[in-house]
Design a protein around this ligand. Structure first.
Ligand SMILES: CC(C)(COP(=O)(O)OP(=O)(O)OC[C@H]1O[C@@H](n2cnc3c(N)ncnc32)[C@H](O)[C@@H]1OP(=O)(O)O)[C@@H](O)C(=O)NCCC(=O)NCCS
Length: 330
């Protein structure tokens, strides 16, 4: 194993990526996930965070493939693999595989103490096949719903969301934005942890964070880009959620990752996050709201609330509405 700052093959040059690659990467991912890709929004932040390791492959001096391969989390024991992207016209030529091999080799050298990989993904045929083969060593550790809704004419909804209106949850629910110390206290409590995050993995804006290992540094990473909300009743935390707002190629996106068992609380969190998002965006932007919630909840109930009660619209997608976290021990 060796450290190679760049690796050249017949066709490609593979290397660590830097801030000046941003526009080339943005151009490459413009159409990924129907324009709802987070990569460009977070790229500058990734370049500043020393626990992220990002790589690109160039062909004739142009970036053709990218992998934000590894984010070292959970107190240094987990390498989160994410954001594999190859320019549409270059897919299926093996570029991603070459870059992945190079990146993995570099990470093995740079972070020799990693104990496991983790990643999140749509629960599609590719992932199901992986999980169904125990010899590959992948483990499914969490399964959640995700769905994107379009919120238009936003100020109208601010006025309709008020106590007692059509049986909607009131804004007097005991929920509030919580700071990092409070979040840490909540997640260190075994009862809260079992109620909110039984899998031990809390996903915030597409990234899986352990609530057992490296909790404080994981929370610091979450708070760098997200706000965190909690509902406390009689001293117990009954619901916790993170909200992350960013610009994606298609427009303004807001990821809402909800943890809790009660659907009533999910509705209250959605309304508070929407208000928060509208305030952040000066209340005059269409919003793509991506809701992630526990698999034990009913997607039909969520749709009924979002589409019928609130009058919002679904964003069509070809992906399955189920989102998973997968690990593999090293
Ligand atoms: C997934 C993607 C990066 C593959 O890039 P590529 O350069 O076309 O890939 P390659 O030609 O090197 O190899 C394709 C391999 O990737 C694998 N692959 C396909 N989908 C994958 C996925 N979601 N995650 C990881 N690997 C995947 C395939 O198994 C294939 O391997 P095989 O030939 O042994 O079957 C590309 O299709 C892409 O940019 N898709 C849009 C974004 C996306 O879905 N990213 C994955 C989740 S982050």
């Amino acid at each position: 194993m060796e450290k190679l700052d760049r690796m050249e093959t017949n066709e490609l040059v593979c290397r660590r990526s830097c801030l000046t690659d941003r526009s080339a990467i943005a151009e490459m991912v413009d159409s990924v996930y129907d324009g709802l890709d987070y990569l460009d929004a977070f790229y500058s932040l990734y370049m500043k965070q020393n626990f992220r390791y990002c790589f690109v492959a160039e062909k004739n001096g142009k970036v053709v493939s990218y992998i934000h391969t590894f984010t070292v989390l959970d107190g240094g024991r987990t390498g989160v693999r994410q954001a594999a992207r190859t320019a549409a016209q270059h897919r299926g030529k093996g570029f991603y595989k070459i870059l992945e091999n190079y990146s993995t080799m570099q990470i093995n050298f740079l972070c020799p103490n990693l104990e496991q990989w983790a990643y999140t993904a749509y629960w599609n045929t590719f992932e199901k096949k992986r999980i169904s083969n125990p010899e590959l060593g992948y483990q499914l550790i969490d399964k959640r719903y995700w769905k994107v809704y379009i919120i238009k004419e936003t100020d109208v909804y601010l006025n309709t969301v008020h106590p007692g209106n059509n049986g909607l949850p009131t804004q007097t629910e005991p929920m509030h934005e919580i700071n990092i110390d409070e979040a840490e206290g909540i997640l260190k409590d075994p009862d809260n942890k079992e109620r909110l995050v039984p899998s031990g993995s809390l996903c915030s804006s597409w990234e899986p964070f352990s609530v057992d290992d490296g909790l404080r540094t994981n929370l610091t990473a979450i708070y760098t880009r997200s706000s965190v909300w909690g509902t406390k009743i009689d001293g117990d935390c009954r619901a916790l959620s993170t909200g992350t707002i960013y610009e994606c190629p298609k427009g303004l996106m807001y990821d809402l990752d909800y943890y809790g068992q009660e659907f009533k609380q999910l509705k209250a969190h959605i309304l508070s996050h929407v208000k928060h998002a509208l305030k952040e965006s000066n209340m005059n932007r269409q919003l793509y709201l991506c809701v992630f919630c526990p698999f034990e909840m009913s997607l039909a109930d969520l749709d009924e609330f979002m589409l019928k009660d609130m009058g919002w619209k679904p964003e069509p997608t070809d992906e399955t509405p189920v989102y998973v976290t997968i690990t593999k021990r090293l």
